[in-house]
Design a protein around this ligand. Structure first.
Ligand SMILES: [Zn+2]
Length: 382
């Protein structure tokens, strides 16, 4: 099958983050096994989803993991001009949900598989395909553990094929989404002196977060990123029913994006300690007062590959791009980096098209990515 035919097949599975991906992963598994390669599925707890890994080539140290996710983001409320789950080719521009993010890369991996199988690889290539990436990179940690436990040899590198126009990406911020709930007391606003407003209390917490960001931005800067410091931002707040009623409940959601120098867990610990302190002092007035913090997904670590790391030279050589850059989006690259692999993001298509209506990649990008992977085969056959 050509890379375009494979991509057309992959986009026809409308698997959203959070949904069962068994349809697409079974198709991929079948495709790979037709080339005589043994695959392993790593299912979730109830068996409704699975990641896949396999090795092509010898059981030798120093191999390369090619990583992709099989889920996509929803299309609801977007103005699509074509069916998002049918690949439509308009003069070499290929439209479909997932064409850029990131079934295009998975299609390139699968299209290059015959060449990988035929080659005399001295070091192996692994495929590592996940589910639920789009809702917080949920499956990658377990898949990585499984890969480490399954093979006697250790891979050295991981290339994560998120859309980067095939330019090597060596850094991204760590990220986490958090929900904070505050419960106060209800009552007439005229009695605010003896009530605890959840809205008023929330503002203390939000100001703490804003001040924390200011403090972090002055303490540590990393010029590879824009902005060059960690950010904290409250994106949603809900609470209150009327101007003259004290709000007994507020919920706000915020995100934190840290440069590699800053530690998400340390910042959480400080914030949670502040919440506890605040809770204790307000409970003296109103014992039912609570502040509850919920991480909406486990923190996704930063990607912090050094320009001098050998993965950068390798990726530059096979991609033909002598530059590197950093990005602002979350990806599984941080998790591979944290697990000890030299990791980099490099894939076809542009992140500008990801998550939007009329998402597209191009035949040219796919062809160039296939060439990049063929170059990888050549490098690993030396
Ligand atoms: Zn993606």
């Amino acid at each position: 099958m050509t890379v375009k035919e494979i991509l057309a097949k992959l986009v026809s599975f409308p698997v959203l983050g959070g949904e069962s991906n068994l349809s697409i992963i079974h198709w991929i598994q079948n495709y790979i096994e037709n080339f005589g390669i043994q695959t392993t599925l790593v299912p979730n707890e109830d068996g409704t989803k699975a990641s896949l890994h396999c090795r092509i080539g010898p059981s030798k140290n120093g191999g390369v993991i090619l990583s992709g996710h099989t889920d996509v983001v929803p299309v609801e409320g977007q103005d699509w001009h074509t069916d998002p789950f049918t690949l439509v080719d308009k003069n070499g521009t290929l439209y479909a949900r997932g064409s850029a993010d990131m079934k295009g890369f998975v299609a390139c991996c699968l299209a290059t598989l015959p060449a990988m199988v035929e080659a005399d690889l001295k070091r192996p290539i692994y495929f590592a395909f996940t589910y639920d990436e789009e809702i917080g990179c949920l499956a990658a940690p377990e898949l990585i553990e499984h890969i480490k436990a399954s093979y006697p040899e250790q891979a050295k590198y991981a290339i994560i094929g998120e859309p980067s126009m095939l330019e090597p990406v060596i850094g991204k911020k760590g990220i986490c989404y958090v929900q904070t709930e505050v419960t106060g007391s209800a009552g007439h606003s005229s009695g605010i002196h003896k009530e605890v407003s959840a809205i008023h209390e929330s503002t203390h917490l939000i100001l703490w977060l804003e001040n924390k960001m200011k403090q972090l931005s002055q303490a540590n800067q990393d010029e590879r990123f824009d902005p060059p410091h960690s950010t904290i931002h409250v994106g949603q707040i809900k609470g209150g029913v009327a101007t003259n009623i004290v709000a007994d409940y507020t919920r706000f959601e915020w995100d934190i994006r840290v440069i590699p120098h800053d530690n998400i867990h340390t910042i959480f610990d400080e914030f949670f300690a502040y919440c506890k302190e605040r809770e204790k002092s307000v409970q003296k007035l109103f014992p039912e007062f609570t502040i509850t913090n919920t991480l909406l997904h486990p923190p996704v670590p930063a990607l912090d590959t050094k320009p001098s790391d050998s993965i950068v030279a390798l990726t530059q050589k096979i991609s033909g791009k002598s530059t590197w850059k950093t990005v602002a989006f979350a990806a599984e690259a941080g998790q591979f980096h944290e697990a000890g692999y030299e990791s980099i993001i490099c894939g076809p298509g542009s992140i500008e098209q990801a998550h939007r209506a009329n998402e597209f990649t191009t035949q040219e990008q796919l062809d160039r990515c296939v060439t990049m992977l063929e170059n990888l085969v050549t490098e690993l056959s030396k």
